[in-house]
Design a protein around this ligand. Structure first.
Ligand SMILES: Cc1cc2nc3c(=O)[nH]c(=O)nc-3n(C[C@H](O)[C@H](O)[C@H](O)COP(=O)(O)OP(=O)(O)OC[C@H]3O[C@@H](n4cnc5c(N)ncnc54)[C@H](O)[C@@H]3O)c2cc1C
Length: 414
């Protein structure tokens, strides 16, 4: 029986473990903090299958200086980290060329159109279907000009099969009466869904997988090496222990770049830190996820409360979180949701694993094909976790891939 070692107990690692166990492999999952508070546990909960447009689009770079000058704007770069970010930013800029945007959108759509095919059976097999709320999402605009300015992005989504229903402000408020009269335009995307609570989802999935034979080892992987014979890969933990396996899957979220470098592979991966606040007693009700397009934040009605979040902060993995960002987003939300009680919320920050081209890294290492990468999902890791798990498991178990994996290869960073 093939032994696969998966590094990372986020949604990507857990989904990979699910598919591997189903395929008959022996699976060990290593995480320094398997129950901890990582991106998969505190995110906005959106199954955002409609999001096929990359972060870098034509014209975006002109908006960046204004965002950076606003201390609480949607984008921040910590000064100390800026020099290290230059190669990533140059690649990000290239990803915004029209031909690149079309290519990337195609590759994101190839993953996103598979999402429910992979996610629904996974949830069903673990008794988690009730965690999914298939109610669509509502994107709202204050200014008609901003709505018009996004026309090309909505057209690109439509071209990839995304259902898009343009609404007036009043129609948007019919769907979500808590929205302020300041909203003049809306777009309803029925294919979007959200989970009741991402933390509950990953906790229940992890527990259910353990019940099916998943072995969890607490430890920090610090090196991946190869030797001879079966079980030839060895993963060194920071306490000096060595774990052996036939295949190693690197699903360590924003920390995966360090592990890829151990194998000898180059990747441009940054922490794009996001912030949110969860209000257990918000005083207003939403029935579905609402995306506030101009201000780049979202509000999701979760079972633990209304979660308001967003922001993209580039400061590296070790910078101290600046929770003023969570508070600023909460104040913005109160502008659009009159009556929102912002006095007592729980703040959180997490590291999105961000590549400059908005595409995840899925596929084998060119240096050592027994190492398979599964990271870099940026804003879409919860959405694409089940599909990534399926693709990686097929690879590890020598089954033919469900889609062309070339766009996600790590070799694109060479
Ligand atoms: C504010 C915010 C909102 C978001 N909203 C959404 C959303 O609505 N929808 C969506 O699809 N996505 C969303 N995302 C993105 C999504 O959360 C991430 O893309 C996804 O969780 C990444 O999952 P992962 O399993 O790759 O990484 P993680 O969840 O970060 O898990 C990685 C795991 O690896 C472990 N690890 C790391 N290094 C090592 C090591 N060396 N040894 C052992 N263990 C290690 C960590 O302890 C961690 O448990 C959001 C993210 C943020 C921050």
């Amino acid at each position: 029986m093939k032994h696969v070692l998966v590094i990372g107990a986020g949604i990507v690692g857990l989904s990979t473990a699910h598919h591997l166990l189903k395929g008959g492999a022996r699976v060990t999952l290593v995480d320094r903090d398997p129950e901890g508070d990582k991106a998969s546990f505190g995110n906005a909960g959106g199954i955002a299958v409609t999001e096929v447009v990359p972060a870098s689009v034509p014209g975006l770079l002109w908006k960046v200086p204004r965002w950076l000058l606003d201390p609480m704007g949607p984008l921040a770069i910590r000064a100390a980290h800026a020099p290290r970010l230059i190669p990533w930013l140059m690649r990000f800029s290239r990803a915004g060329r029209p031909t690149e945007v079309r290519r990337i959108a195609q590759a994101l759509a190839a993953l996103n159109t598979r999402v429910y095919t992979d996610l629904l059976p996974l949830l069903g097999e673990h008794g988690l279907l009730d965690e999914l709320q298939q109610l669509g999402a509502l994107t709202v605009y204050e200014q008609a000009a901003a709505f018009d300015g996004d026309a090309a992005q909505w057209a690109l989504k439509r071209a990839h099969g995304v259902e898009v229903l343009a609404l007036s402000g009043d129609e948007a408020r019919e769907l979500e009466p808590a929205l302020s009269p300041a909203i003049t335009r809306g777009v309803f995307t029925p294919q979007w869904s959200h989970v009741r609570d991402p933390k509950i989802l990953v906790d229940k999935l992890r527990q259910s997988l353990v019940g099916r034979g998943l072995c969890i080892r607490v430890g920090q992987a610090c090196d991946i090496g190869s030797g001879l014979g079966a079980g030839a890969l060895s993963v060194k933990l920071s306490d000096g222990q060595q774990l052996r396996a036939d295949t190693v899957v690197v699903a360590a979220g924003a920390w995966s770049g360090q592990l890829a470098r151990c194998v000898g592979d180059k990747v441009l991966l940054e922490s794009e830190r996001g912030y949110n606040t969860t209000f257990a007693a918000p005083g207003v009700a939403l029935s579905r996820e609402v995306i506030f397009a101009e201000r780049h934040f979202v509000a999701t009605p979760l079972s633990c409360g209304l979660r308001v979040g967003g922001a993209a902060e580039f400061g590296g993995l070790n910078a101290v979180a600046n929770f003023k960002r969570s508070h600023a987003l909460a104040r913005l939300a109160a502008h659009y949701l009159p009556g929102l009680r912002t006095e007592c919320g729980t703040c959180w920050a997490g590291h999105r694993p961000a590549t400059p081209d908005s595409l995840p890294v899925i596929g084998p290492s060119p240096r050592n094909p027994a190492v398979i990468y599964a990271f870099g999902h940026g804003h879409l890791g919860l959405t694409q976790g089940a599909t990534t798990g399926r693709l990686v498991s097929d690879m590890a178990l020598d089954k033919p891939p469900q889609i062309d994996l070339a766009p996600y290869a790590i070799s694109r960073f060479n």
